[in-house]
Write a protein that binds this ligand. Structure first.
Ligand SMILES: [Mg+2]
Length: 369
């Protein structure tokens, strides 16, 4: 199997303004340079506003309105064409299991938009009981970890299964099994979980905790007048949800975040689906978390391990990239709209994710007979 592909990284467009510049900035008098600085500012603003829109496509809706049928057909055709590049993991299930024969599958699952639907109130992003049962079942056969941007406590509460590994705050807060080679590393301490079991707690950004708390409070204050905006403290990152904010006010949301974080050069803003996230600038992401978790559960450097990572977010691309570049497993992008990705396969929505998990269990149990 050749896992390499020529998928390219998503490119955020910065349209328009470059044509307004008449000549090289070096040749312009001061007043025009000031104008250029202003244009740079406008360009930067348009760039992150475009990024907010690119990361937050409207939900795909099939409509019975005849006037929209053609547009809907076009979308379906575009999606089918996109699936040639990112085949359905369900339709390609035989290919996946053929490759998995004799290997140990390790599963990594994002939460929002992957196991749970994207809902208006992020506090109500509950997974269904059927999905919970599917995750519980699949974890009986394959080591399974949840890797989420949410705080670890929050995502544990949502999932409610103790038999999984959890990585919250985009992998900056990981609880895994005790393993001496990991325990001796920096930022790792032995601890006990809520069931009293010994675990390794890995928090590479622990020094940022007071700063994150401060930024959370500032963002709550500065967004309180924006209808629908919601700020969530995810322990090692802060999320500003704008899924309930009118599109006309998205720019105000973005500006609020930029105004706050300009005072914190060690933090950066990233884009998710209808959410802006403020995170420490450290060399750590979901891709690094995936590698760390594989090592924690004793599955790194093993040729007979097949990691499968399922996620829908821009931040999941770091994990897809690790798998693609290592030519060692499958990234599965959950998306109902065509978009560039480092993933190898696709699934349309959480319902298809659940079918995929159930299929893995069926395959495993029937192949053991
Ligand atoms: Mg997600």
């Amino acid at each position: 199997m050749d896992l390499k592909s020529n998928h390219s990284a998503p490119v955020l467009a910065d349209p328009g303004l470059s044509n307004l510049l008449p000549c090289s900035p070096d040749l312009l008098p001061t007043v025009l340079r000031r104008k250029n600085l202003l244009l740079d500012d406008i360009r930067a603003r348009r760039s992150w506003l475009d990024a907010m829109k690119c990361s937050s496509p409207p939900p795909y809706k099939k409509t019975k309105d005849i006037s929209n049928e053609l547009a809907s057909d076009d979308k379906d055709a575009a999606y089918r064409k996109w699936m040639l590049k990112y085949p359905s993991a369900l339709l390609s299930f035989e290919q996946i299991t053929n490759y998995a024969k004799g290997k140990r599958i390790a599963l990594f699952l994002d939460y929002d938009g992957t196991l749970s639907p994207i809902v208006e109130n992020p506090d109500c992003a509950f997974m269904s009981n059927e999905m919970r049962a599917a995750v519980q079942k699949v974890a009986m056969y394959f080591p399974t970890a949840i890797v989420s941007g949410r705080s670890r406590d929050k995502v544990c509460e949502f999932v409610g299964l103790t038999e999984l590994y959890y990585a919250g705050s985009h992998g900056m807060d990981i609880v895994g099994p005790v393993r001496q080679s990991i325990s001796d590393g920096p930022n790792c301490v032995k601890s006990t979980d809520k069931q009293g079991k010994d675990v390794n707690l890995f928090q590479p950004a622990s020094e940022f905790l007071p700063m994150i708390e401060e930024v959370f409070n500032s963002l709550v204050e500065c967004t309180k007048e924006i209808k629908g905006a919601k700020v969530e403290n995810n322990k090692f990152c802060v999320s500003v949800h704008f899924r309930n904010v009118d599109v006309e006010s998205w720019e105000t949301v973005g500006q609020c975040v930029l105004d706050v974080i300009k005072n914190y050069p060690r933090l950066r803003m990233t884009h998710g689906r209808k959410v802006l996230e403020i995170r420490p600038i450290i060399n750590w992401d979901k891709g690094k978390a995936l590698t760390f978790l594989l090592e924690s559960i004793g599955l790194s450097d093993c040729d007979d391990v097949l990691p499968i990572y399922v996620g829908d977010d821009q931040t999941d691309e770091d994990a897809f990239k690790v798998l693609q570049e290592g030519n060692r497993g499958y990234g599965i992008l959950v998306s109902s709209l065509p978009k560039e990705s480092k993933a190898f396969f696709s699934l349309k929505d959480p319902q298809e994710v659940m079918e995929f998990l159930k299929s893995l269990v069926t395959w495993k149990t029937s192949s053991a007979l």
